[in-house]
Design a protein around this ligand. Structure first.
Ligand code: FMN
Length: 236
């Protein structure tokens, strides 16, 4: 089984999303998957220019020559893709969105109806990878991911596939905290992330038990809230 993570954090390796992705992939690898972690901030990806040449003149191929050819190939040849992004203005980062827009060559232009009678585009490939979502945000509550949750369900529908796992982490800025009193709580959380990676490979989903543990705050909300406000006192 091949799992490819696409991380849309502009902070790349230095980001909180990366910490979660790495742990998830570790679990997946231990369960036998072949994994790859792609940092989109290291890739050259220009915005889609909306010419639709990838649907008309060069079917399946974008006329912009940058790193997207290679990335699209990796996307469609994976069994599972991990769409990983920090929450930016309640959605994916701009970098992730640009990457996603550039994926339109992987479907065909023709309209078809899905099982509910709603329109989508026709498949270009026989099979599309299943989607796992990883995100984190600066606010403490899990409620901030409601737009993202719906967004990825819609994306999966459009791509004739499904979301098989979601890891959303409020309090994301705690993940790099070095306080020895807090570190054990982060470690425990990341243990559950790794378990989720294992489960996705073994069972094709994250169990209810692990999902519940992943949704719990790492530290109490009020502590994170007051700690965040203290950290914003910029010294000059
Ligand atoms: C432009 C921008 C928009 C953001 N929007 C939100 C937001 O809507 N809600 C939120 O809780 N955090 C928001 N954040 C905070 C990030 O989600 C948070 O810093 C996260 O930990 C970054 O992940 P990363 O280190 O992987 O990039 C935003 C940050 C930036 C820079």
């Amino acid at each position: 089984m091949k799992i490819t993570a696409f991380n849309g954090s502009p902070r790349g390796k230095a980001g909180n999303t990366h910490i979660i992705v790495e742990e998830f992939l570790k679990g997946a690898e231990e369960a036998g998957a072949e994994t790859e972690n792609i940092l989109l901030n290291k890739k050259k990806i220009r915005e889609c220019i909306g010419c639709f040449d990838c649907w008309t003149k060069t079917p399946g191929e974008c006329i912009i020559k940058d790193d997207m050819d290679e990335l699209m190939e990796k996307f469609v040849s994976s069994d599972i893709v991990v769409m990983a992004s920090p929450l930016y203005t309640d959605n994916v980062s701009g970098l992730m969105k640009i990457f996603m827009d550039r994926m339109i060559p992987i479907i065909e232009p023709y309209f078809v109806r899905d099982e509910n009678g709603e329109t989508r585009h026709k498949k270009r490939y026989e099979k599309y990878p299943k989607i796992a979502v990883i995100s984190n945000c600066g606010f403490p509550e899990q409620s901030h991911f409601q737009v993202l949750k719906l967004f990825f369900r819609r994306v999966a529908r459009n791509l004739h596939t499904e979301v098989i796992g979601e890891i959303y982490r409020g309090e994301g800025e705690i993940l790099k905290n070095e306080n020895p009193l807090i570190k054990p709580f982060i470690k425990k959380y990341l243990y559950f992330v790794k378990k989720a990676g294992e489960e996705i490979v073994k069972n094709g989903k994250i169990s209810e038990e692990i999902q519940k543990k992943l949704e719990r705050p790492i530290i109490p909300y009020r502590l994170y809230f007051s700690g965040a406000n203290k950290s914003w006192k910029i010294e000059n």
